[in-house]
Design a protein around this ligand. Structure first.
Ligand code: BJW
Length: 245
């Protein structure tokens, strides 16, 4: 197996997806036994779906909360923690995962691009109430309301058709700019993601455009796998601990 050299010259941007949490027991989205297999995605993960049937959306996310609360980080998460300890500010982890497992494993420089399963916010964009920590598993048939304005509360998740937080994108962009202009080696590694969802799926092209080196660690070939220079097929919990040196 190829190995990835993490020396004092290396800047590393990591992108993770659902596959990295799969070995912890969190279901992925696409493919066999994926979450989208028996859930029409547009009904549970879009603003239109929430407007039409908020009960259904909260039932879906409450079940996800209950599932994610009972799992633990795996060796793939742990490997990323050790790489970060080694590289310090030359490391950034951008995750599409909303399960919070990277932070629970000990990762600190983390951008949660698609939000967090354990945060809730008001669905009224005019409301001043900030997103807040919320581990409640709401009983089926319950949709919580905002104590400030009375509107419905919603999961703090980026659904299809919604914009990612510009501050999160800026943090990734700034890291990439610093890495590309450092005079060092800029490496991008994506793990456990199908490369089907943008803007995350386009990060590989941006890094290549900036002269970076690109790696993919995935169980099955991702939709965008041809765009990576290095590809290692396997489970992230088995590959990542052996990959960095
Ligand atoms: C293992 C493994 C193991 C298994 N080890 N590997 C450009 C072109 C076309 C469309 C668009 C575009 N730009 C934007 C869009 C629209 C849209 C989009 O991308 N659509 C595509 C479907 C084409 N994007 C958006 O709407 C985004 N917003 C946006 O861009 O706003 C501006 C805009 C809007 C509209 C038009 C244009 C611009 C927001 C996207 C938000 C995604 N949200 C979700 C759901 C919420 C989260 C939740 O409920 O949990 O986030 S979708 C879902 O997919 C989830 C994930 O984070 C995301 C990515 O999935 P991921 O992580 O890759 O999981 P899987 O299941 O797909 O793959 C797992 C992989 O792991 C597999 O390959 C396995 O093989 C592998 N694996 N076990 C290693 N052990």
């Amino acid at each position: 197996m190829e190995t990835l050299l993490l020396d004092s010259n290396t800047w590393l941007l990591v992108l993770t997806g659902a596959g990295v949490s799969a070995e912890s027991g969190v279901p992925t989205f696409r493919g066999m036994n994926g979450l989208w297999e028996d859930q029409p995605v547009e009904q549970v993960a879009s603003p239109e779906g929430f407007a039409k049937d908020p009960l259904r959306v909260w039932r879906f996310y409450s079940q996800r909360r209950a599932g994610a609360a009972g799992v633990s980080p795996n060796p793939g998460h742990d490997a990323l923690v050790s790489w970060e300890r080694h590289l310090g500010d030359r490391f950034l982890l951008a995750t599409q995962n909303v399960d919070g497992l990277h932070s629970r494993a000990g990762s600190q420089r983390v951008v949660e691009m698609h939000g967090n399963l354990f945060k809730t916010r008001c669905s009224n964009d005019e409301c001043q109430r900030a997103p807040f920590e919320d581990t409640t598993v709401y009983a089926a048939g319950t949709v919580p309301g905002c104590k400030d304005c009375g509107s419905l509360l919603r999961p703090h998740i980026v659904w299809f058709g919604e914009y990612l937080d510009p501050a999160d994108l800026e943090r990734i962009q700034n890291f990439s700019l610093r890495a590309a202009s450092s005079g060092g080696r800029f490496v991008f590694l994506a793990a456990g993601t199908s490369g089907a969802v943008y803007p995350a799926a386009g990060m590989v092209d941006q890094v290549r455009g900036a002269g970076g080196e690109t790696w993919l660690v995935n169980l099955d070939p991702a939709e965008n796998s041809r765009r990576f220079e290095h590809s290692v097929q396997g489970k992230s919990g088995e590959v990542l601990p052996k990959l960095g040196r």
